[in-house]
Write a protein of this length. Structure first.
Length: 311
């Protein structure tokens, strides 16, 4: 969830408008609307059957399914093996992500979630095969929710129009059925591609990364993405997060690419040791904070930032 400059601009628009260089005179669209991330120019875009999503082929058999018009810019992944496919997250639930996935592969699809915050599980209900971490947090979220989904549509959160037929009043995270439990160290065989489950609690108790060791790909979920990493929620455990990113950093020498759950899909694995150092500096009290809305602050360390509870 906040991830980025965009969230800062929303804060700007709502709270600090007179101070914001990006604030626009028009109130019709949020300040970030129309921004373009240059990194996407280097990616191979492929057609999407639904204009809510942009789809990019980011590695052989790996598609990033990006939702650029909601400020969190969530990114789900379709990962293909020879026998079946895996959806790593299902997005906001605002448009039909299953239709997108089925336009990209005829293979049977299993869903695995990077964690069960609403912006990553919105399309879970559309799928019949869902592997989940065995935590109380996961079980609670699988019952669905209304409030978290509704909050996604707050003023300034959406750029342009919502999809035709989308009903803002009834928008919710629909319940889903967990068909299989997964655990740290499990290997998911897709046929010719194996994904390893790496438990990375911190952002939430059920956060995981997926490692495609043979191809040097690490799908990071919300443990890392280019914008400010959200670490303020009640379910966040900062000690666990510190341990998790240290574990990920140990993998960095063996990785070719990070694939992130917000903002931009592709990042360089060399950021992982820097992430460890940055977070350690924040926790050691060495980094000044900037106010970021009620009860929250942002810490910026080089190009890495964290949105956290105000001390
Ligand atoms: Zn999250």
């Amino acid at each position: 969830m906040l991830r980025r400059l965009r969230a800062f601009l929303i804060l700007c628009a709502l709270v600090f408008a007179p101070l914001c260089v990006h604030a626009r005179s028009s109130v019709a669209q949020p300040a970030w609307c129309g921004e373009y991330r240059a990194a996407f120019a280097h990616l191979q875009r492929v057609p999407s059957p639904d204009p809510w999503f942009e789809v990019y082929k980011v590695a052989p058999g790996v598609f990033a399914i990006y939702e650029p018009r909601q400020f969190e810019e969530v990114i789900s992944y379709l990962i293909l093996g020879a026998n079946r496919a895996l959806m790593f997250d299902t997005g906001m639930g605002i448009a039909d992500i299953r239709k997108v996935a089925e336009s990209l592969t005829p293979l049977p699809i299993t869903v695995v979630n990077s964690h069960t915050h609403n912006d990553h599980v919105g399309g879970n209900w559309q799928f019949s095969s869902i592997d989940s971490m065995d935590t109380a947090f996961t079980r609670a979220n699988a019952r669905g929710s209304v409030a978290a989904a509704q909050a996604e549509l707050a003023p300034g959160n959406v750029c342009g129009s919502l999809p035709p037929g989308f009903d803002t009043k009834t928008y919710s995270t629909r319940p889903w059925h967990i068909t299989h439990w997964i655990h740290d160290g499990d290997k998911i065989d897709l046929g010719g591609r194996t994904l390893e489950v790496i438990s990375t609690p911190g952002h939430t108790p059920d956060s995981i990364c997926l490692l495609d060791r043979a191809n040097g790909l690490l799908f990071t979920g919300d443990s890392f993405y280019p914008g400010a990493i959200w670490l303020y929620a009640p379910e966040t455990d900062l000690d666990a997060y510190a341990r998790s990113v240290k574990r990920l950093a140990a993998l960095a020498p063996h990785l070719r690419m990070l694939l992130c759950a917000h903002n931009e899909p592709v990042a360089n694995p060399s950021v992982l040791p820097k992430l460890v150092d940055a977070f350690n500096e924040v926790r050691a009290g060495k980094i000044p904070s900037t106010p970021a809305g009620p009860g929250k602050v942002i810490y910026r360390v080089g190009g890495i930032s964290f949105l956290m509870a105000a001390p």
